[in-house]
Design a protein around this ligand. Sequence first.
Ligand code: SF4
Ligand code: SF4
Length: 306
Amino acid sequence: MVVKNTLSGILFDIRRYSVHDGPGIRTTVFLKGCPLNCWWCHNPEGKSPQIEIFQRENRCIRCGACLEVCEAGAIIQHNDSFETNRAICTLCGACVEECYADARELVGKRMTVAEVLAEIERDRPFFQQSGGGVTFSGGEPLFQPTFLGALLKACRSQGIHTAVDTCGYAPWEILDRLRQDVDLFLYDLKLIDEERHHWFTGVSNRIILENLRHLSALGHNIFVRFPIIPYINDDDQNLHLMTEFLLSLPQKLPLDILPYHASALHKYNGLGVEYRLKDTPLPEQERLNEVKDFFEKAGLLVRIGG
Ligand code: SF4
Ligand code: SF4
């Protein structure tokens, strides 16, 4: 059946053959825009709901072609570097077209539901062989609820397994509307203490915890994901609170521990955004094992990785 849905949204990536975003081999669709501002975010290009200019400084050959072509006057030369004044950049893309060195890129693309579905459909043989499907991630996919809802329905109509990787920060009415078309939620929990959550993500976690409780009470298939970041949420107090909260839910949910990695530094540089965790070490295997043991002793089903 051909789906002709012309509703559109903004994506920043479609990644194929993922084995960490749910069961089997998956195609992960990354939607742009997120209401949180987590210090450790490894997809900073997903935070803004808008299309953005991305610069790869290491590829720039200092030819100055971008400066010449920018009618908005948004490119400024400082000694040896060509910087973008994002406040006046109109995102016309002329500099990207002109840059032979591939040092400039527009991150984000508007696509219709039918176009995204056509991309997902290409991977159907892998889904069938592996028990995989599509995972909607971000950014925060619930940030474009109408678009996400249409994508979920379109996938469901084609018999494709659907997962939503979410931070859970959305009005319950949105989740309630979408949940029937979601086979699996990958639900991030970062910090249980509200004040600390607010400090490190920019928002309260009340709605996140309540939504998880509602989904659990309704019997949904959920994997909880705990991104573990040294000195931010790997302390005993947070582990105790996490355990207490998870054991209080109507279902016993599996827990995936996702070790922090610092691979996003180049993305922050490319977007001209400060990365606040550049001195944060990677979690040590010994600590990861301790955390896993801690949760297991409390009766939770735990994996390292996802
Ligand atoms: S066009 Fe590309 S390579 Fe040339 S100065 Fe601009 S960013 Fe650098
Ligand atoms: S996208 Fe257009 S306005 Fe923005 S820096 Fe490039 S040429 Fe200038």
